[in-house]
Design a protein around this ligand. Structure first.
Ligand code: PA5
Length: 444
């Protein structure tokens, strides 16, 4: 299996990249010697190779038991507590999974506060056998807490206390947080989110592994893929011959040239949630102190008919990172028609993927002409192993980029601002002064 990285030399030349050689080496030192900001959140660095075999087996066993009695598996979590699992599951399941007989179907809750969403989910759960994982590292996040309170009552009403408890898995901190206390009292099976792994870096902990195993995906392959890139970085913590470093350096140079928006591009709709995971990883890690590349995403060729115009011709502060997939899982050719009324016979006999690849190449050239540099990450196929490679590639790329930007890539202080206002507006105890200030501002 291989990952390949290429980029447009017309925007970033080799000499410029090479000038970062010593900075890259010292940034790896900062990471491996744990001397940088946020160094108590570097648990993800060795996670793939050091994951406990007994933990992996335990997750597989739990998943196998729950799969037998679940038509639906609900993953309750938000941000890093659901995006990694969703990225992998959606990348590997059938595009039309809800319309197939595949069981269990993994669905998500606690990532929004939509009353309609939860009400409609409950209406489905009324008629299906289900189980759930409630995932929150802090154990106190409002969105999943609300969803869990509601779904917990539903599952107890449906199965009774004892059976309900056997259908609930809590994934949280080893000691702190309301969820941990609740799980202890109710006797739920619990998995721990390691202290030194932040939410958005937690996909290779039980946070991601349990839901992914519930979807019937080989978590060992995912871990193996990540190990390959972990080893590559450890054995060659430099710029030369290490595409993770090259990715971090190229995006850093582009940022310095005013390319402040990175668009993750895919040509496979099954990668939409991979982009969502990447957006959180990079956005939450780098967007601080008035700095950071804004991560966005598109799915082509769909969005060539919507966002394509802007990318080609709008403000020139963009660059693209394209995930290019070499091989499809299935084969489908465009048929020949004797009448050729739709004038498609010039591509008759070709596979759809061939046409998709030509669209990709044509778009890359057009966007380069339009002043949009392109980084390409070529993957042979979308598999658990390759997704594991990509996960570690982007995690290490994120840490390197963050330190090069001189921010702490592992905190997220800005996330608290909306929470404080929401708590004040809801009248939560301890927020009285803020409630008064906000009411004044709102003219109340
Ligand atoms: O990366 C992060 O730390 C965040 O996105 C969290 O994952 C998210 O806020 C959910 O937090 P928690 O798992 O504590 O409920």
């Amino acid at each position: 299996m291989k990952l390949e990285l290429t980029h447009t030399n017309s925007f970033v030349n080799k000499e410029k990249i090479q000038s970062y050689e010593s900075q890259v080496a010292s940034t790896y030192n900062t990471i491996y010697n744990r001397t940088g900001a946020g160094n108590d959140f570097l648990g993800w660095v060795n996670l793939p190779s050091e994951i406990d075999e007994s933990l992996v087996s335990d997750i597989e066993k739990t998943a196998s038991e729950l799969r037998k009695k679940s038509e639906i598996f609900v993953v309750i979590g938000i941000g890093g507590s659901y995006l990694g699992a969703r990225a992998v599951i959606e990348a590997l399941q059938n595009h039309f999974a809800p319309l197939t007989d595949a069981k269990p179907l993994v669905v998500y809750a606690g990532h929004n506060m939509s009353e309609d969403y939860l009400r409609e989910l409950i209406a489905i759960l009324d008629k299906k056998d289900y189980s759930m994982a409630v995932i929150s590292k802090s154990g106190t996040t409002t969105e999943p807490a609300i969803a869990f309170r509601i779904l917990k009552q539903h599952i107890i009403n449906k199965y009774g206390e004892k059976e309900a408890a056997s259908r609930i898995i809590a994934i949280t901190d080893k000691a702190k947080g309301a969820l941990k206390q609740l799980a202890n009292v109710k006797g739920y099976k619990t998995y721990i989110v390691p202290d030194d792994v932040g939410g958005r870096f937690s996909v290779l902990t039980p946070v991601g592994l349990l839901p992914i195993a519930m979807a019937g995906i080989d978590i060992r392959q995912l871990i193996q893929g990540a190990i390959e890139i972990e080893k590559l970085c450890k054995s060659n913590p430099t710029l030369n011959g290490n595409f993770v470093s090259e990715y971090a350096v190229v995006r850093h140079i582009l940022y310095g040239m005013g390319k402040t928006n990175e668009i993750m591009v895919n040509y496979e709709p099954r990668l939409v949630y991979f982009s969502e995971w990447w957006k959180q990883l990079y956005g939450e890690s780098h967007g601080k102190n008035g700095k950071g590349i804004f991560p966005a995403s598109v799915t082509f060729s769909t969005d060539l008919h919507s966002m394509g115009q802007y990318i080609q011709d709008g403000i020139r502060n963009l660059f693209e990172t394209v995930i290019s997939v070499e091989n499809s899982d299935h084969e489908l050719r465009i048929p020949m028609e004797s009448e050729d009324l739709d004038q498609l016979n010039y591509i008759a006999g070709k596979r759809i993927s061939e046409v998709n690849h030509k669209a990709e190449l044509g778009t890359m050239l057009a966007h380069e002409d339009g002043g949009v540099p392109n980084i390409r990450i070529v993957i042979p196929e979308i598999s658990a192993y390759v997704l594991g490679q990509l996960i570690y590639f982007f995690e290490m790329g994120c840490a390197l980029s963050g330190y090069m930007l001189e921010v702490n890539p592992f905190d997220q202080p800005g996330v608290e601002a909306y929470k404080k206002n929401m708590f004040a507006l809801l009248g939560k105890k301890g927020f009285e002064a803020q409630t008064e200030a906000l009411n004044k501002r709102l003219g109340k």
